[in-house]
Each structure stands twice: as structure tokens, then as C-alpha cells.
Design a binder for this molecule. Sequence first.
Ligand code: ACO
Length: 700
Amino acid sequence: MRDLREIIHPRSVAVVGASKTPGKIGYAVLENIISSGFPGEIYPINPKEEEIMGKRCYPTVKDVGKPVDVAVLCVPAQACLSVAEDCGKAGVHHLVVITAGFKETGKEGRELENQLVSIVRQYDMRMVGPNCLGVMDTSTPINATFSKNFPLKGHIAFISQSGALCVAILDWSLKRGLGFSQFISMGNKGDLNEADYIEMAADDPETKVIALYLEDIADGPRFIESARKASLNKPIVVLKVGVSASGAKAASSHTGALAGSDTAYDAALAHAGVLRASTMTELFDMAVAFTNQPIPGGKRVAIVTNSGGPGVVATDAVELNGLEMAHFSAETESVLRDKLPAMANIHNPVDVIGDAHYDRYEMALDTVLKDPGVDGVSVLLAPTAVLEVGRVAEVIVDMGRKYPDKPLVAAFTGGAAVEEAVKYLAKHGVPTYDFPEPAVATLGGMVRYADLRKSLADGEPWIFPDVDKNKVENTFQRVRADGRDLLLGPEASEVAEAYGIPAAPSRLAKTQEEARKFARELGYPVVMKIASPDILHKTDVGGVRVALKSDDEVAKAFDEILANSRKAEPKARIYGVEIQKMMPSGHEIIIGMTKDPTFGPLIAFGSGGILVNLLKDAAFRLARGLTRAEVDSMIKETKAYTILKGFRGAPPDDLEAVAQAIGRTAQLVRDFDQIVEMDINPVFAYPKGLSALDVKIRIA
Ligand code: ACO
């Protein structure tokens, strides 16, 4: 096992393809490593040269004759295999392959990359890239890239799937005064991927927050495992771009159709405790806030402003971001009343009004920050002619020091008049914005992280010991032996029952006599449905009858259902007619599963019945590792919850039974990977218990 820390803290680096020619990548990389002040050994490798930039040059890595922790490859793609082989033989620990022309170029490139990866594995090396910008670390320091710039020292680890973006962000960060601990360009992720880099950053004492730009995730389960572990201590913020195509494909089940193309990523990132940013600006706003500000203890926000309008804008943003306006204590209000002019607003948002000097900000901030009912503060400022804007900035920084447990963000609206103050705030770690909304949004992100971290801490998966795995296994074997992938209704109900999900009792009748007998046994009234793996939409072919109350009605329905179905689908395999006890009506919900190629099964819960795809009221979570808290939160996310908890005087439904059915479905699909699709729709929820009326299961 290689120590991945060596990648950014190597003792020695070889640059293969180091060049004397300015403008070439091999020149830039060597020059960057030297000029970054890298304190270790540097070995240029180039068979044509004796010396480059004052350093002795070797024909191959093997000729160095001393240990090499990292070799940076800047040779053409065709040369990379033999160079990698040389490195392996020379005992190099890690490769950083800048060279392009691999997987990203198509079939041949992919083949070349596979060969490169197998050499890396053969010699027990690890590899960054190929097709990357390289890596940088500001504490080592080392700049093993061909970027023009080197970042300022700071505490953000930036891990990017785009090398070009690294270059752009770096340039922008210098202007903004933003510092980084590490800068990693992942390239094609031939070997190391985001999970490895998250582990590296989690381990790095200089890194306080991990920011990622991702286009895809190479290994879903490993990503979740690494991120869950890391985000207990360090916030991870991700900008995930590119819509994954997987979700849209699996639309033959209701659940599949309900899932948007990005649903799996949303569910997975939340389960991993990762904050998802929707823009580049938001990614870095969050990263800056987490680097400098404390994690809030709650979601109650105070706003201090010198003008009404921005105060209202911020108040709206508080609600939009899932935060609450703090209610001040009587003491806080009394102090504000005493010390502010009569026209000022002493309630939240506190308006120190337009003629305020800096000392009113000072008094108001001190007072609200002291209030135990306030978890974080957003300071808004409009630069009036009477206000000492710079002094306000100083006051904010001082207050941050005085109340180190409460985050402070600022929105200094204006241009030239606030420029110096904004720089001062940035320099002292106060996230500052041009307008109130992003300031509040940042507080919202911080609160969301605090919540995610809490849910990670009590994150044991919800397990039910009282399930009958053998019974399910036997049912699946029977179905497979019969050459089917779709379970018949009674078979699917049996599977649900084996996992403790109550299903409406049902039997499969092959003859009219059986139909009457089963109906009597189940008790009237009954529902009858055609049993065929080839007829998905039973109602459409006249294959369903409800509320049958006598033997005669059942016998007649049996013949009609068979005749209708044969007529509509002459080729369908027909196994008989399902006789199901007709259940009293309840509130209709859906519980289902759809599979994501990266993250595995996703569990859905929402409003069910025939309008399911019209209502599109569903929440999704990963089945893997699903916790009790996640089940409760997914229920609460839906409109169905409003009805279940007792709408307009109706008694509440059995939410515990609903939660259990979701948790048990998740366990079923975790235990049986061969389930590729599952819908339970509708489920009738009752004040006591529930009943699954229609269970659909397709196996691989
Ligand atoms: N061992 C040592 N040195 C070698 C070897 C070898 N086996 N083979 C060649 N060299 C030397 C060459 O002689 C040359 O040195 P010189 O300048 O003294 O002549 C040097 O290595 C480079 O080889 P060239 O053939 O000149 O290759 P060139 O520099 O033109 O290109 C490069 C190499 C840059 C790696 C190119 O193949 C490439 O992949 N470019 C794209 C890189 C890229 O975009 N990566 C993704 C970045 S992320 C982003 O998008 C920003």
C-alpha cells in the first residue's frame, strides 16, 4: 500500500520529458517545481540533455540511482508506457501523468490507458491522471503542474475533474486573495479517483474544507464511504455538472419515471454528508465561509442593516434557504430600544437606520450576538455619506473574535465606496457579498452542513432482523425456472410479506372453481386481475374487476377477464386470474425502487395511485445505508406527508408503519441485488397499519 500523502509531500520528484525549450510543457513543469520552492530533490529526465535549469539531467529514471517518490510524465502518449515501465522498475512510488491522448480520445486511447493502468498496478505504483494539469500543495510547497500561477497559501483543497478550470480558478483566486492548501487536477482518473483525493485532503492538517468540481463519480460506494468519513470533520462542497443519462432510461417502472436524471447524485451527496453547490460562485462562497467561520449551532439568523429594503430582501432569503429569523429575548429588545433612535426597528431585521454611524452597528451587533436565541448574523450595509464604512468592517471583524461560535457574513452593497472595506473583511475571513441573498445563502449552506454532520453521526443503517430471506430466494428461483423476469401479483405479494410489508391477501386461480373457492376463503368483496407477465397495464386490456361480492360474480368475471386479455394480447402468457381481498380504501402512497448504475438502488416514497406520474410527488434516498432518520426525512419532504399526518381534521395515518415499509423495502433490494425494478403502488395507509395492493417486482 502506497502512502498517498507522498503525492503532495514528496521527498523527490523526477520530471520525465523535462525540456530546455521555453513554451514546452516539460519546461513549464520543471520550472514550476523549482520556482515553487520545493525543498526535495528534483531530477530532470531527458536522454538528449546533460543539464537543464542548472540541474543534472538523466537519460531515464532508472539512471537516477536514488529513490524517486513521484515522477511527472510530460512525454508523448506513445512514450508513456515505456516510461511508466522504467519508473516501476526504478521503484518510483507515484506517477503524475500530464500527457493527454488516452481515454478521452476514444477506443485506441482507452486501450492505451488500460495498458498504462496495468503497468501502474503491476509495479504497485499509484497514478494521478492521465490527461491532467498536475498537483500543487502550498505547504510542501510544490507546483508539479504547467499552470502559470501558484496559489496563495490557504486551507481549501480544490479537486477538479477539469484541468482548464484549475487554471482559470487559480488565476481568479489570486485576484480575490483566496488561498488553497492543495490543488489537484484529476484528469481521466485512470487509477486514483475522487475518493482517494478526498481521503488525502481529509488527512491533510492544512486543509479545512474540501471543494470538488466533478463531472462524474468513478466509484459510487467508495465515494460515499470516503466522503461520509471525511465530512464528519471537514465540510465537503461539490459542484457536480453534467446530467447523468442513467435516470432517464429506467422509465418502465413508476419509480424509474419519477426519478430525475440527477436524483441519484442528489441522494448520494446528501447521504455522504456532502453539500451540493449549484454554481462555481456558490462552491467557493461556501468554501471561503467554512474556512473562516464557525459551524452554526442552529438556524436562527439575525440581520442588522442600515436600510429597510435590503433587510426585507435578506428576510425573504432566510426563509428560502431553510433558515429562521431569530426572535430576540426581551433583554435584547430592551437594550436596542434604549440605544437606538425611536424610528429604528428593534425587532429582527434590526434597522439602525440611514443616519447611523459605525457605533450603532457596533452596539447592535454586540447585542444580537450576545442573545442565546441567535445562531448567526448577516450584516447589511449601504454606504451613506455619514457612515464610516471602514470602521464598520473593523467592528465586524472584532465581533467575530468576540463571538467565535457564531458565523458572521456581510453584504456591503455598493462599488467604490465599499471596496476597501470589502477587502479588509475578505482578508480577515468574513465572507462578504455585493447583495444580501448570497450572504444568507451561505449561512443556509453552513446550517445544512451542520445538519448533515449530525445525521452522519447517528448514521447506522436501519436493519430489520425479522425477514425471511429463504422464502424470497425460493420465490425468485421458481420465477426464474419458469423463464420469467416479472413476478406475478401473488408472488410479489409473498416477497413483500416475507420482508414484513403487509400486502393485501391474494391467490392465483387457474380455474373458475379455484377462483370461487379462493374468493370465499379470502372473504367477499374481492378484486380480480389477469395474471400474466406480459400484460403490464391490466386495466387497459379489461383485465381487472373490482368489488365482486358473490360466487356468481367471480365466476363470470373469471371468464370475462381471460377472454378480454386473450383478445387484447393474443401472444401473452396467461397464468390465470389473481383473486385479491378488496381492502378498505386508505390514503394512496407509493414505495418503490429504481437502480442507478453509480450508486445502486434508490428508494422512492411519495403520493401513489393512478395519478402518481402526474403528481410527481416523491422523495428519493439511497437504499444502501438507509438510516431511520433518512426515512423520516424523506417522508416529511413529500406532500403525501401533509395528508398522512392528518389533513383538515382527518385522523393521522400510521406513520410508523409507513416508515417501516420504506425501511423494509430498502433492506429487500439491498439483500437481493437481482431485483432490478420494484413498485408498490398503491399502498393504502390507514390510521392503524397499511396494505400493499399492487406489488411489482422485476428480477434480472
Ligand atoms: N524520456 C525522457 N524524455 C523524453 C522521452 C522519454 N522516453 N521521450 C521524449 N522525451 C523528451 C523529448 O525529447 C522532449 O524534450 P526536448 O524538448 O528536449 O526535445 C520532451 O520529452 C517532450 O517530448 P515532445 O516529443 O517534444 O513532446 P511535446 O512536449 O510536444 O508534448 C506532451 C508532450 C505535452 C505531454 C503532449 O503529448 C501532451 O499530452 N499535451 C497535452 C497535455 C494536456 O493537455 N494535458 C491535460 C491538461 S489539463 C488541461 O486541459 C489544462
